[in-house]
Unconditional design. Structure first.
Length: 215
């Protein structure tokens, strides 16, 4: 009975740990790949040369813990995607990804304690405060980037509308010019008819005046 109870408690504890890890990952900034994998980049023991090995080890451990196929939690796929993305970014050879990690490291370094000679545990209060600061900076950058994108979208729409307006105006000018050219013969003919009428009227008036004088 005791063994069965221990087994049940062990299963429940395992499920609880999995759910806690999922919630922890989801609470991290999507751009803080260090935090997602629980890496402390400002620890004196941290060495960027050892990063690939460390990432591989932590990713394997955590992916087994929260894999969507191994846990009944609707949030598991989202957490697993964040974990997978972090592993990719930290191991990537792409220049854009390398620069992104360097930028992330620089944010951490900006909040690094002056006395950073002693090893600070990942969940130490100091580290938690630093990660919260990093999260705020990353959020500000995301908001700025989104604002920039919105501005660019508005500019693109404005320029596109202006271009379309100009196209319509140019088309209208071309049509007016074409119509003017096409109707030239008609206008000339109408002018001739009008001139002839005027001349006839004038001749008629002159003729009438002459008759009156004769009388």
């Amino acid at each position: 009975m005791s063994d069965e109870l221990d087994r049940i408690l062990s299963i429940e504890e395992s499920a609880l740990n999995k759910n806690k890890e999922i919630d922890r990952i989801l609470s991290c900034s999507e751009l803080d790949y260090f935090s997602i994998l629980e890496i402390n980049p400002i620890s004196p023991s941290y060495n960027s040369n050892d990063l690939p090995t460390l990432v591989k080890k932590l990713y394997r451990k955590k992916s087994l813990l929260i894999h969507p196929d191994k846990i009944d939690n609707p949030k598991a796929p989202e957490a697993f995607d964040k974990l997978k993305k972090s592993e990719f970014k930290l191991n990537s050879d792409l220049e854009s990804d390398i620069n992104e990690i360097k930028h992330l490291q620089s944010i951490y370094d900006a909040y690094k304690p002056k006395d950073a000679t002693k090893i600070i545990e990942f969940n130490d209060d100091i580290n938690i405060k630093i990660r919260n600061k990093v999260k705020e900076v990353l959020l500000d950058e995301i908001n700025q980037e989104n604002l920039s994108k919105i501005y660019k979208q508005h500019e693109t729409i404005r320029k596109d509308e202006l271009r379309k307006t100009r196209q319509v105006e140019e088309q209208l000018k071309r049509e007016l010019k074409k119509n003017w050219e096409d109707e030239r013969d008609v206008r000339v003919d109408n002018w001739r008819k009008y001139s002839n009428k005027v001349e006839k009227k004038q001749l008629k008036k002159k003729s009438t005046k002459k008759k009156k004088v004769l009388v």
